[in-house]
Design a protein around this ligand. Structure first.
Ligand code: AMP
Ligand code: MG
Length: 475
């Protein structure tokens, strides 16, 4: 990897400029009183040709937002709308972020550098345009852990502490400030389409379809605009189904599945109050402000379908309802196949040949998980590799649960499956008694020493452990 030629990061004109006139507004970044580098994603910086930046240059680009050479001359706040908890809001848009640059990775994939907490914009409404340091830390943790678990996700690229005191009504205030840069395969949201429909702006909608197809789904191209729109919708439906199948296997609760938080490329995105499940529980709800449990764990697949229906409606200016409805059909199968594949991947197992058998395995496994209240991360860790991990599982802190007769059908089903790349079990990660996990109490415990004594050691230990898991799982 290190020896391949540098990516074509800069050079060609950023593709988003083709449509920026209809979809974004040039904005100025905030002028922060200070800039202290707290996180630099060196692996992804290397992937995108920015690995050689000195820390000083890094601060210059990612706290002061000096443009990257031959890239966007000015930050662009994106325009979008969206459904929030089922209610349409035409007043969204980047209220504390902007698109800063577009890069390519070594495979040629287009990646956006977008910000969070970089200052006010025309879309800030009553907001201060800022991000709390704790919020930035939470995003690094979630994105890194999701990546380690093989979930398609945006990446945290940079976090810089900015020296302001912020006031929030759901956190002890004043609290410290930061600016985050995230790397993401598009910042086009379902709500970007919804805004065009709301404005009845057919021309911009067609421009957006063209942009999405040429940059993200070239296989969906067609000379006819109506077919192009339906093809694109189908590609987005499949990408979204795959993403949510991965969430369900990873025990990830996004928290705010508003349509402005869905990226068209099926990357996990804008996950504010996220949680990872401690135990299997379909009713687990991440956000304290989600009193109805609309976005609870077990509703995520349905909610993904609902968001896609809103996206489909927004394309009615270009294609007819019947074709659009047809484009949504593959969502369910994409979800189901991904849930099966990713459950097996996270257990280090090869899926069986037939889908019915695979679904029966999932039913047995998750049924036991829900009923036994076994620890979600510990169970996946203990049984990674399947039956070959019998001895490891017998030494687990929750070995008692596996000795129960209720576990027997699961044990039999695990025995029935082949291990995928068994050599991974030789990694030191699997020699320890417990996996890395990211339960809410742990996240809070990482924050406390930072808040009280500016002690980052627990946070660093956690990100190191996550990186070790990423290498060990090699998904
Ligand atoms: P989010 O919950 O991050 O998806 O944001 C929903 C909307 O509120 C988006 O339009 C954000 O840009 C905006 N927003 C959230 N927090 C702030 C803030 N502190 N200042 C300005 N706008 C914000
Ligand atoms: Mg959002």
């Amino acid at each position: 990897m290190q020896n391949s030629p540098p990516p074509t990061a800069q050079g060609a004109s950023p593709p988003f400029l083709r449509i920026a006139g209809s979809f974004a507004d040039a904005v100025a970044p905030a002028d922060f009183p200070s800039a202290v580098l707290r996180w630099r994603n060196q692996r992804w910086a290397d992937e995108t040709g920015l690995g050689g930046l000195t820390d000083e240059a890094w601060l210059d680009h990612f706290a002061r937002f000096t443009p990257l050479p031959a890239n966007l001359p000015q930050p662009l706040a994106m325009r979008y709308h969206g459904h929030q908890f089922g209610t349409y809001n035409p007043q969204l848009g980047d209220g504390r972020g902007f698109l800063f640059a577009q890069l390519r990775d070594r495979t040629g994939r287009l990646l956006d550098l977008g910000t969070k907490g970089s200052g006010q914009t025309p879309w800030s409404r009553q907001g201060d345009g800022r991000l709390t340091l704790k919020g930035g830390i939470r995003e690094i943790l979630a994105a890194s852990y999701l990546e380690a678990l093989g979930v398609n996700t945006s990446k945290a690229f940079s976090l810089i502490e900015t020296g302001e005191q912020l006031s929030r009504n759901d956190e002890p205030s004043p609290t410290r400030s930061s600016v985050l840069v995230r790397l993401s395969h598009s910042h086009v949201r379902f709500g970007t389409f919804q805004r065009c429909a709301w404005l009845e702006d057919k021309e911009s909608l067609a421009q957006l379809v063209d942009y999405c197809i040429s940059e993200f789904f070239p296989g969906a191209d067609d000379p006819d605009m109506a077919r192009k729109a339906s093809n694109l919708l189908e590609s987005i439906a499949i990408a979204t189904g795959r993403m949510i199948g991965q969430w369900m296997a990873a025990g990830f609760v996004h928290g705010v599945m508003n349509t402005d938080n869905f990226n068209i490329t099926g990357e996990t995105f804008d996950f504010g109050p996220w949680r990872f499940l401690p135990v299997s529980d379909p009713n687990f709800t991440a956000a304290y402000f989600d009193a109805q449990g609309l976005y609870r764990f077990g509703r995520q697949p349905v909610q993904g379908g609902w968001a896609l229906q809103q996206l489909a409606s927004s394309m009615l200016l270009l294609a007819d309802a019947e074709n659009l409805a047809r484009s949504l059909i593959p969502y369910e199968a994409a979800y189901r196949e991904s849930f099966i594949a990713h459950t097996h991947a996270l257990l280090g197992l090869k899926p069986g040949q037939d889908e019915a058998g695979n679904l029966a395995f999932l039913q047995s496994f998750y049924g036991w998980m829900t009923q036994s209240k076994a620890s979600w991360p510990q169970t996946f860790f203990d049984w990674f590799g399947g039956a070959v991990s019998d001895a490891r599982a017998a030494a687990s802190p929750q070995a008692g649960l596996y000795a129960d007769t209720g576990f027997e059908p699961v044990r039999a089903a695990l025995k029935d499956r082949e291990t995928e790349r068994p050599e991974r079990l030789n990694h030191p990660y699997f020699k320890r008694p417990a996996p890395v996990s990211l339960l809410i109490a742990e996240v809070e415990a990482l924050w406390d020493p930072i808040a009280e004594a500016d002690d980052w050691s627990a946070f660093s230990a956690k990100t190191d452990h996550i990186e070790e898991a990423r290498r060990a799982l090699a998904l």
